[in-house]
Design a binder for this molecule. Structure first.
Ligand code: 3H9
Length: 736
């Protein structure tokens, strides 16, 4: 047995310690090690019982996700699942009581292993869950069969379909755990008399002592309970099947195209109908199909992409990252208000500055209203609301700016105004204060020069609504210090955001690519597709909102003003033809939802109920006529293909120009910035699933049909020629 699984005897109890840092993932060697250790303990005359415990800070976070990449066919996956089923059955059949001692997390295969133990004991702050669905698979080691027997079908359905872990207290009440040690329960904040904020080492040591005593008592009483033998009454089965039906109905509305949650319901229902043995066979088959699905590959890709994104090649882990204790935001408009809320939500006191009291009061009223909506949904108490608001100090002056660690500038998207703001900030803040701009497009280096402190200046580009959307583009200027980047990455975590370091090009990564996405949508409209059709096709694809609906929310004026600025400096956002329609709408004062009309008509200014507007079709006819285009019916497939090809082709340029470190960073940007469907893995991953040669063939076809503005990204051509893909190692690079 390798060191991954250790065996020792303590007080006539065999302690099997899983030691596979950092999260004790179940690699094949760990599964085997546990199997061997349990068999050894069963035969060991010095052991009366067996305790399974994790080394370090956790029990077991599940199967080793990387191993799934080696399962190339459903048959491979079936064999893997069958092995684990057999192994857990052997453990359940052990002649001595087996106790799972859980601290940290028991997730996925970790919880399934615990379910196959005879008893489960946990620390108060432990969590248990079946998050497989978030990886596009279902529990494949008996979880869909044993969990309903422990806690009933309803909770099992919830856990296997939403993937959220449940706290130890809830798991105990539901029957998943047999005993929970006294201590602080982070889910409720409540603590028992023995509770204290103990470090994990002490916590684990206490758990081990308690587990040994518990195991001995079970050995003495000769009690062992096999989960698979827990009988379900006809009533429980009937209610369980009804719960499956109800869950399918819910998922029809919430799953948004993901198939794994429904597959998990199927496996649970099969177990209820067929019993444990045949239900287990069905679980294995469904697991095997899910693990080789594109959905699962995409979600596994994102799992690692989200963790990779924090690793910036030339910023080692040891780079000092400061703790941000006080912040200031300039501009109490929509973005500034959302950013202020983000800081307050993280418990960081924040100064909110605007030019006059009226602007401040408007901003504060919106912030309060947003919190009141949160409170009305039961997600915040009145006390929490007041405490959070008390962290926000409105001001019209720079008083107190010498005490803050960071300032986020969120004034209008105007170069002169922003430069003036940075010049002022350079003199009113401490020399080590980070100066961040929320600009969505403009050149960070110009702000840096204006501030007189370039190493401290960078972009913090939040996405609207800033207090909700999880993406933070951290824009690296020419002279931004490594410390400022490391601090921003650490801060992003504290703010509950996913920080992605991007280069300083026009629009950075998200909006630079978006310009190509939008241009294709406009051109499709001119060629004959309608606004509602294009929006519907993209929401069917899995996006939360189509391009036109999104622009009506963001404001048509925002893009128009950017185009005006670019024109003033002799540039355009995307090369090639630009549709005239967005500027016509801007000149008509149709800015979108806020003015009651944009690409759609709304019930009122600020209203959300929209109807298609025949005026848009008239404009499209006119503009198409002027460009000599005969409008034609356009198939849904062409809309998806053209818009996604535009995104991937520009993504390849972003990568090649060195403005994103890796293709997977671009995927993370699109998933968290625009709600790109997770189960498609992001725009670059999606292109890989279509096939890069197909993507290139499309670019060439569109070039022949629509003009030279379609130009293959050189990187795309090179990768195909070399037989490589976006995720080949050498494609990752330091930012330009
Ligand atoms: C399963 O169990 C299937 C079974 O039903 C059936 C089998 C037949 N595997 O997230 P962190 C790595 S499916 C491999 O930053 P945290 C992670 O990549 C599995 N690697 O830490 C990272 O690596 P690096 C079901 C894993 O403290 C490092 O560990 N289980 C795995 O913020 C630290 O991770 C899950 O879906 C893994 N299972 O969060 C749970 N887990 O340092 C997945 C982590 O190189 N894991 N890594 O970047 C998690 O949710 C979080 O990692 C956890 C810790 C909450 C545990």
């Amino acid at each position: 047995m390798a060191d991954l699984v250790r065996y020792e005897i303590v007080d006539r109890v065999a302690i099997v310690t899983i030691d596979n840092p950092p999260v004790n993932a179940l690699s094949p060697a760990v599964w085997d090690g546990i199997d061997v250790a349990v068999a050894r303990a069963a035969a060991d005359p010095n052991a009366d019982a067996i305790v399974l415990i994790g080394a370090g800070t956790t029990f077991i976070a599940g199967a080793d996700i990387k191993v799934f990449d080696t399962l190339k066919t459903a048959a491979d996956s079936l064999a893997r699942s069958a092995n684990t089923h057999a192994l857990l059955r052997r453990m359940e059949d052990a002649s001595k009581p087996v106790v799972a001692a859980i601290h940290g997390n028991a997730l996925g295969g970790g919880l399934e292993m615990a379910q196959a133990c005879h008893f489960r004991i946990a620390t108060a702050d432990a969590k248990v869950g079946q998050p497989e669905v978030l990886l596009g698979i279902i529990p494949g080691a008996g979880g869909t069969q044993r969990l309903p027997r422990l806690c009933g079908a309803q909770l099992a359905l919830e856990m296997c379909t939403d993937g959220k872990p449940v706290p130890a207290s809830k798991a105990k009440a539901a029957g998943i755990l047999d005993e929970v040690l006294p201590g602080r329960d982070p889910s409720t904040g409540s603590a028992s008399s023995r509770a204290s904020s103990r470090d994990e080492g002490v916590n684990r040591a206490e758990l081990l002592t308690a587990a040994v005593a518990f195991a001995k008592s079970k050995a003495q009483a000769r009690t062992m309970r096999k989960t698979r033998d827990i009988a379900l009454s006809p009533e429980q089965i009937k209610n369980g099947i009804e719960a499956c039906r109800a869950m399918r109905q819910t998922l029809a509305k919430t799953a948004k195209g993901a198939r794994a949650p429904l597959a998990a319901v199927d496996a649970i229902e099969e177990g209820l109908r067929l019993g444990f043995a045949d239900g287990s066979i069905r679980e294995r088959e469904i697991f095997a199909q899910s693990v080789v699905s594109t959905e699962s590959k995409a979600l596994r890709h994102l799992f690692f992409a989200e963790r990779e994104v924090a690793k910036v090649p030339d910023i080692p882990k040891e780079t000092p990252a400061r703790d941000i204790k006080r912040a200031a935001v300039i501009g109490a408009g929509t973005m500034g208000g959302g950013i202020t809320m983000t800081y307050a939500n993280a418990g960081i006191p924040v100064l909110l500055k605007d030019v006059d009291d009226a602007a401040l009061q408007r901003g504060l009223a919106t912030i309060r209203k947003n919190y009141e909506i949160t409170m009305s949904k039961g997600k915040m108490t009145a006390d929490q609301l007041e405490k959070t608001l008390a962290l926000i100090t409105p001001t019209t002056s720079y008083d107190g700016f010498d005490r803050v660690d960071i300032v986020v500038e969120a004034v209008f998207e105007n170069m002169d105004l922003k430069k003036q703001t940075f010049a002022e900030l350079g003199s009113v803040t401490r020399a080590d204060c980070i100066l961040a701009s929320n600009s969505s497009t403009l050149d960070i280096d110009e702000f840096a020069r204006a501030s007189g402190r370039p190493p401290q200046v960078l972009g913090h580009h939040f996405f609207s609504p800033a207090n909700v959307m999880k993406l933070l583009e951290i824009v690296r200027g020419r002279e931004t210090s490594r410390e400022a980047i490391a601090t921003s990455l650490k801060l992003a975590k504290k703010l509950g955001k996913v920080g992605v370091v991007v280069g300083n090009c026009f629009g950075f990564v998200a909006n630079r690519m978006l310009a190509y996405y939008m241009r294709e949508a406009y051109l499709l409209l001119e060629e004959g597709a309608s606004v509602p059709q294009i929006d519907r096709v993209l929401t069917d694809f899995g996006l939360p909102v189509g391009p036109f609906g999104m622009q009506d929310i963001a404001g048509i004026d925002v893009g128009a003003r950017i185009r005006q600025y670019l024109k003033s400096i002799g540039k355009t956002r995307a090369e090639g033809p630009q549709s005239a329609i967005p500027d016509i709408l801007f000149e008509m004062g149709r800015y979108g939802q806020k003015t009651g009309a944009g690409w759609y008509k709304y019930d009122a200014p600020g209203g959300r109920n929209r109807t298609p507007d025949p005026l848009i079709e008239e404009l499209a006819d006119e503009v198409a006529f002027k460009r000599g285009i005969t409008r034609r019916p356009i198939a849904d497939e062409e809309i998806v293909a053209r818009i996604m090809t535009a995104l991937a082709n520009e993504g390849a340029r972003v990568l090649e120009d060195g403005f994103a470190t890796r293709a997977s960073d671009i995927d993370v940007v699109y998933v968290y910035g625009f709600g790109f469907p997770r189960y498609r893995g992001g725009p670059m991953f999606y292109a890989e699933t279509v096939g890069l040669p197909t993507v290139l063939a499309r670019v060439r076809e569109y070039r022949a049909r629509f003009g030279d503005y379609w130009e293959p990204a050189p990187l795309l051509e090179r990768l195909i020629a070399d037989g490589r893909g976006f995720y080949s190692e050498a494609v990752a690079q330091p930012l330009a």
